[in-house]
Design a protein around this ligand. Structure first.
Ligand code: SF4
Length: 335
């Protein structure tokens, strides 16, 4: 007879904005089922497929259980299993011989797979520090955007994802939440059911973009121009919340001067879209009280990407969308 199941609470260790709460079913000391905690508001009882099948993956017969050493040429795909002492010995010998000559020749090029205190940044950082290795800006993929956001808002601030379902217009900018921000997408779907318009701003026709009312397929790397064009229209057609701008922002005049260099006609050429698309987008954003943006890191992985984030982050401050809890922007509130 099977031992009775026990239940444990856990948190997903992935580097993912949702930080789902997990309920793990354990029998005979083995995790047999993982599900989302229905009592945790962001999780709402639902996990992405990757983590929902964790037990299956963990216990799969094909799972790699020992280190492998390549025995053929690169690309031949021939490996043999070795034990951990051998594997660690090989790595230590290689790293050691480089470190004895010039430790800075070693660059730990990595970021987060699974996170938190032990696996995230703790032991590896200490190890490479002692070794004297070169140091790398740890976020390979998001540093420019994170810096842009800090320059604009002073910190990694953003909307609560729970409030997006009250938005009336959501710009999903450089983001593919069906794949990478599942719980935000659930909220966006609810907003859509309540009559919100969803606009994807993305050169790539992602699964998310296909499900939005409109997709603006701008040329890759031209997001800052589109945002400046929107700002130009917002100012010229006076969609500005002057009271909010006066009370809560700095540098409006300088921004207006800069944006005036990006009229919709010029932006249309830079972005490879119709002039009317720029104007209509600005008008929609400016005239909707609960207008929100779900920005993601896809758009900042280009030269000037940090400034692109800065320009986009100005939009809800100019229109006063921040006054509403369902208005504003979320890139990341990490840290
Ligand atoms: S959506 Fe998936 S990866 Fe992200 S926190 Fe939830 S379970 Fe983890």
């Amino acid at each position: 007879m099977n031992a009775p199941a026990e239940f444990a609470r856990a948190v997903c260790p992935h580097d993912c904005p949702d930080t789902c709460a997990l309920r793990v079913t354990v029998r005979d000391g083995k995790a047999i089922k993982v599900s989302g905690d229905p009592d945790h508001p962001p999780t709402q009882g639902v996990l992405c497929t990757k983590v929902a099948r964790y037990p299956e993956r963990t216990h799969h017969k094909d799972r790699l259980l020992t280190p492998l050493r390549r025995v053929g040429k690169k690309g031949e795909g021939r490996f043999e299993p070795i034990n951990w002492d051998e594997a660690l010995g090989i790595a230590a010998e290689r790293l050691g011989s480089i470190a004895r000559r010039a430790p800075e020749a070693i660059v730990p090029y990595s970021y987060a797979g699974t996170m938190r205190l032990v696996q995230g940044e703790s032991i590896a950082a200490r190890f490479f520090n002692v070794l004297g290795a070169s140091r790398l800006e740890r976020s390979i993929c998001a540093a420019a955007g994170a810096a842009g956001l800090r320059y604009t808002y002073g910190a990694s601030l953003g909307m609560h994802s729970e409030y997006y379902d009250e938005s009336k217009l959501i710009l999903i900018w450089g983001a593919n939440p069906i794949a990478s921000s599942l719980h935000f997408w659930t909220r966006a779907q609810e907003a859509k059911r309540r009559g919100a318009k969803l606009i994807a701003i993305d050169p790539y026709k992602s699964l998310t973009a296909e499900k939005c009312h409109q997709r603006i397929a701008l040329r890759p790397g031209t997001d800052a121009a589109l945002a400046l064009g929107m700002i130009d229209v917002l100012i010229r057609e006076d969609f500005i919340d002057h009271e909010y701008v006066k009370a809560h922002t700095l540098g409006f005049d300088e921004l207006a001067t800069r944006a005036a260099q990006y009229p919709p006609s010029r932006v249309a050429q830079i972005c490879g879209i119709e002039e009317s698309v720029v104007v209509e987008l600005a008008r929609a954003f400016g005239s909707t009280k609960k207008a929100s943006i779900r920005l993601n890191y896809g758009m900042q992985r280009v030269r000037g990407g940090g400034n692109g984030v800065r320009a986009i982050a100005c939009l809800p401050s100019l229109t006063g969308a921040w006054r509403k809890r369902a208005g504003g922007l979320l890139l990341s509130s990490s840290g």
